[in-house]
Design a protein around this ligand. Structure first.
Ligand code: 5GP
Ligand code: MG
Length: 187
């Protein structure tokens, strides 16, 4: 495939520094409790791998995948849990790790799904927050990076893909927003 070379937005050093800050802040917030980390695959994969190594607490790792319901078109608010590793949320301190929060539709759905199972607490950490593009009001506890400009482009690398490509880039970069990801499309 003929892939466009992304422009570097956050390089490896910047990511490493930010991860160290996040690790400290998350560890302080959980006050020594065991953390049940739930990663939204696949975009979270590199982020979770790095995050658990900067949180000096007892962490367990679980993953789930959400997808648009079959037939739900662009901008549809419906998502479905299409995969979940076995995880008992009840009574546990859950940290949901999301790759990108854009319209907020996916995160809102995931939060409802986890809340239904009565965790002791539920917090959210996103790699990239794009607050200017929200359609649903969701609150994040942490974001590694916040993109204030609504049209920064489409972020790839460090686990984030476009059409499954770019996940292995060690930095976070941008490419022009693909047509498939115009208004409200699900990933
Ligand atoms: P939302 O439901 O918040 O609109 O969309 C969240 C999902 O869309 C994310 O989980 C992510 O997979 C995808 N997404 C949104 N913006 C981007 C982006 O700039 N880059 C990548 N790689 N995925 C994105
Ligand atoms: Mg995704």
């Amino acid at each position: 495939m003929n892939l466009e070379t992304p422009s570097v937005l956050f390089d490896e050093k910047r990511i490493r520094e930010r991860l160290a800050e996040l690790g400290g802040s998350i560890s302080a917030a959980f006050e020594g409790s065991e953390i049940c980390i739930v990663g939204h695959m696949k975009g979270c994969l590199v982020f979770v791998a790095d995050l658990i190594r900067v949180i000096p607490l007892d962490t367990t790792c679980h993953f789930l995948t959400a997808s648009a319901l079959p037939g739900a078109g662009a901008g549809a608010a419906c998502t479905d849990i299409s995969y979940s590793s076995e995880v008992l949320y009840e009574g546990r301190h859950v940290l949901l790790v999301e790759d990108v929060v854009d319209t907020g539709i996916t995160l809102n759905f995931l939060l409802d799904h986890i809340r239904d199972a009565s965790p002791a607490s539920l917090k959210v950490c996103a790699l990239i927050d794009k607050p200017g593009r929200r359609k649903v009001d969701v609150t994040l506890d942490w974001a590694a990076f916040t993109l204030d400009e609504p049209e920064t482009g489409f972020v790839v690398g460090y686990g984030l893909d476009y059409d499954e490509h770019y996940r292995g880039l060690p930095y976070i970069g941008t490419i022009p927003r693909p047509a498939a990801f115009s208004e409200g499309q699900q990933a």
